[in-house]
Ligand binder design. Structure first.
Ligand code: PLP
Length: 421
């Protein structure tokens, strides 16, 4: 309560913006993930990996727009590409040169993609991948994992109201090799696709256990279901995404977040034979329309993000940088003897107020929930902006000095709040 009160007192303008918005904007915001009580911080502007809120508070941004802000807030190359595209006019109602070039770069970067198509978001990429799997297999059911998040209308987040698309979904615990294998052997004939994150992102940065993805690959191949890896968040890991790091090649994969340098975009694709369901040269092809699928701004920014700002070699160094930061943070908890940890992979991590690290989403008790909230408000107080759930997604402008600053802030949290932990 004290942390909340301090938070509110330092942010009168954010409070006013929220109160006013609620008069017309349902709930006062248009992205559920950004809401928290008493009101969310309203941002004024960003530069590099820094954010300024409307009340004049400055933060080191470690939220990284939930992985979409990989390039930071003001990448000059993206800005120049967008400005050039603007110059040629927007909303042209035509295909152009850029989308084919962007597609070629996506296929080169992610070998799983024999063919790719663009969407406006990760949610749409997943909806279309599922539609493709259903059209290709002639089956209807989908298998997904508890705690998985595949978009606003494809959320299996524990404890939340699922508003899933009208597809019969078989839910299995994440990382439960036996349960998933049993389900696929029993019901495999009904299943069009298994959709899985190679690391649960919003479910707590929980990586797939060794052998989990390989088992899904083997069992889906055996029953004729397609394997869809949702790499919307994890495509930043390694040169070609997290499934490739695990040595698994799905039938389809989906993308979003950073791939257009922070502009609106998603993508999905994979095996040529499956993606052929969209081939307009064929009678009865599956429709996939969308006014902004090939919007000129995102199509112009994508190649810059993939080839210039975040080439495979940069992805590898970012991954190593994140691994070392996570190890340092966990050393802080370990040395203080407090039951807390950061789980994750590379540049993505989430705090958990328990030890040992969880290998699947869990129902958080009230004490853990209170600690998570306290951690978030204390980090804000220390000038560090995280996702409310305690997730970090590093962006490229974050360097060693910023990493040190975060380690110091977490050390301070442990020193001050240790008795509560
Ligand atoms: N899939 C995963 C793994 C995600 O984390 C998200 C968004 O957080 C999505 C899909 C949905 O992407 P979008 O918010 O662009 O619709």
């Amino acid at each position: 309560a004290e942390a909340r009160a301090r938070y509110a007192a330092a942010r009168p303008e954010s409070a006013a913006i929220h109160a006013q918005a609620r008069g017309r904007l349902a709930g006062g915001n248009t992205r559920s993930v950004l809401f928290y009580a008493p009101f969310p911080t309203a941002m004024e502007r960003g530069e590099g990996c820094w954010l300024l809120d409307v009340d004049g508070n400055r933060y080191l941004d470690l939220c990284g727009e939930y992985t979409a802000g990989l390039l930071g807030h003001t990448d000059a190359r993206v800005a120049a590409a967008v400005a050039r595209a603007m110059d040629g006019g927007i909303s042209l109602a035509g295909v152009g040169r850029a989308e084919g070039a962007f597609a070629a770069l996506m296929c080169e970067r992610f070998p799983v993609l024999e063919r790719v198509r663009f969407t406006n978001s990760g949610t749409e990429a997943n909806l279309l991948a599922l539609a493709a799997a259903r059209a290709f297999t002639g089956r209807t059911a989908v298998m997904a994992f508890e705690g998985g998040y595949h978009g606003g209308v494809l959320s299996y987040t524990a404890g939340q109201n699922p508003v899933n698309m009208p597809v019969p979904t078989l839910l299995v615990p994440y990382n439960d090799i036996e349960a998933a294998r049993t389900m696929l052997r029993k019901r495999g004939g009904e299943i069009a696709a298994v959709i899985v994150e190679p690391m649960l992102g919003s479910g707590g940065c929980i990586p797939a256990a060794p052998g989990f993805l390989a088992m899904l690959r083997e069992e889906t191949a055996a029953c004729g279901a397609l394997l869809i890896c949702d790499e919307v968040m994890t495509s930043r890991h390694g040169p070609s995404g997290a499934a490739a790091l695990a040595g698994v090649r799905p039938d389809l994969a989906t993308f979003g977040k950073w791939i257009a340098g922070g502009l609106t975009a998603g993508a999905f694709g994979g095996r040529e034979a499956v993606m052929a369901v969209f081939d307009g040269h064929r009678p009865g092809s599956l429709p996939h329309a969308g006014t902004f699928n090939n919007n000129v701004l995102s199509m112009a920014a994508g190649p810059v993000a993939l080839a210039e700002a975040f080439p495979p070699a940069r992805a590898e160094t970012l991954f190593a940088f994140g691994e070392s930061l996570r190890a340092r943070l966990n050393a802080v908890f370990r040395e203080a003897g407090v039951p807390a940890c950061f789980t994750g992979m590379g540049s993505m991590m989430t705090v958990h107020f328990r030890d040992p690290p969880p290998d699947r989403p869990y129902a958080e008790g009230p004490e853990e929930a209170a600690l998570r909230e306290l951690f978030f408000f204390d980090m804000l107080e220390a000038g560090i902006y995280l996702a409310r759930r305690g997730m970090v997604a590093l962006s490229l402008p974050v360097g060693p000095a910023e990493a040190d600053r975060f380690v110091e802030a977490v050390t301070g949290f442990v020193a001050e709040r240790g008795p509560l932990l």
